[in-house]
Design a protein around this ligand. Structure first.
Ligand code: C5P
Length: 416
């Protein structure tokens, strides 16, 4: 599912996208994709093949894109209405990217061979390779998808510099079940947005903790806190957009996993500690955003604790939880500079002093301070980045934009 950690952000403002539709039942999803791209700030020029027009009308896409659609009436590739008569040149020069969604098996085969017998394939061939990326969202029956010809074509298209977004799995229009469905419109939207982000973290493995922990008192009760996990999920998404391999260790939260991120669900601080320490062995960057419970009940009752009617209250004893960040920051990997550790501090006052003190206490190069009550559950935040060299304020903004700024701020570790 597409990430729900964020509000619409105008992430594609200023981008001009040629959205090409080839023939397939997934054309109905292209309408929603077109709308989503426009909502995110892109201008969208739709180009449809004759086959695509069998599935959805140009009128629908014209209304959604607010532009005249190039369709079967331009099938030959010439258009007397344009001053130079060459829409394939004009369209491909204006675009920041050409996105083919859906891309049928047949259309991919055409692209592979550089055929150009309709406007869409013609403009793909005519695009300046170094300036206008070609993005493809395949859609087809599972047998067609698995066929060696399609797989071979895909490998060659990638080698030719095409970005292929992969496919979804599940029920297909033909009644069969398997791989080959076009990704959902909001998944493709996230992939397009990610495509345009700088790949600063390519080759890095980023480990993120997020959300609260839950410390059981008995099978129906426990101690937790107000962390929504949104900041950590935004950081995981931003790191993935920047090209990193990302592992997200998440406490109990109701957020969908950012695309391409490996998520490990945990409940207690001890579970989070075990999962994080294991993955820190391979990580190059660790960002601890989780609001880990400081204490847990010394022993959780295996059955529900009952009121006995006397007014007596249960006597709970607590033990301290392990400090995950401090433990990872102490490890050889972190100490030798192979693992860059980032801590968070959720404070209610004296943000600067508390953040500076916490950075030293946790022994991390970067500590990010924020005012907890002002950000819990919100889609925006304001951050204070504290290092040994000084302090940088990131003014209130959406959590995803802040996350992108945060990961652009620190040095990238070298070596593994
Ligand atoms: O000590 P405090 O909870 O204020 O520190 C906050 C920072 O330490 C956050 O980065 C949090 O994820 C991390 N932390 C942790 N394990 C704990 C407590 C905090 O990793 N047990």
């Amino acid at each position: 599912m597409a990430s729900d950690t964020l509000l619409p952000m105008n992430d594609l403002a200023g981008k001009h996208i040629v959205l090409g539709l080839s023939g397939g039942i997934a054309c109905y999803k292209a309408a929603e994709l077109c709308r989503a791209l426009v909502k995110e700030g892109a201008s969208v020029q739709v180009v449809m093949t004759e086959a695509a027009e069998q599935f959805i009308t140009p009128v629908t896409l014209q209304a959604l894109s607010n532009r005249t659609v190039y369709g079967s009436h331009n099938a030959s590739g010439f258009d007397a209405r344009e001053s130079n008569g060459m829409p394939h040149i004009n369209l491909s020069r204006e675009a920041d990217a050409i996105l083919i969604a859906p891309a049928s098996a047949d259309f991919m085969a055409k692209l592979l061979h550089g055929r150009a017998d309709d406007l869409l394939s013609l403009l793909c061939l005519a695009r300046p390779l170094d300036k206008v990326p070609l993005l493809i969202a395949p859609a087809m029956n599972r047998e067609m998808w698995a066929h060696p010809a399609t797989q071979r074509n895909m490998t060659q298209l990638q080698a030719d510099g095409t970005t292929i977004f992969g496919v979804g799995s599940g029920d297909q229009a033909c009644g069969e079940t398997g791989d080959g469905r076009m990704l959902e419109p909001l998944e493709l939207l996230d992939d397009v947005i990610a495509f345009f982000q700088p790949k600063r973290l390519a080759g890095q493995h980023v480990l993120v903790t997020a959300g609260p922990t839950f410390e059981a008192i008995d099978p129906v009760r426990g101690i937790t806190n107000l962390s929504s996990g949104k900041m950590g999920f935004a950081i995981a998404r931003a790191a993935r957009e920047a090209g990193a391999q990302v592992t997200l260790v998440a406490g109990p939260v109701h957020l969908s996993t950012p695309r391409g991120v490996a998520r490990i669900n945990v409940s207690s601080a001890q579970d989070m500690f075990a999962a994080t320490v294991a993955h820190a062995q391979h990580a190059t960057i660790f960002i601890a955003t989780a609001a880990v419970a400081d204490w847990r009940p010394a022993s959780a009752s295996s059955h529900k604790i009952k009121k006995d009617g006397s007014g007596a209250t249960p006597q709970l004893a607590f033990v301290e939880n392990p400090d995950i960040l401090a433990a990872v920051a102490k490890s050889d990997r972190a100490q030798s500079g192979k693992l860059f550790c980032v801590g968070f501090a959720a404070e209610s006052q004296n943000l600067l002093e508390n953040s500076q003190a916490k950075r030293l206490k946790k022994n991390v190069p970067l500590l990010v301070g924020n005012i907890g009550p002002a950000t819990f559950g919100q889609d925006d935040n304001a951050l204070l980045l504290v290092t040994a060299h000084g302090v940088t304020e990131l003014a209130r903004d959406s959590k995803l934009r802040l996350a992108r700024k945060l990961i652009a701020s620190f040095p990238i570790p070298t070596g593994t």
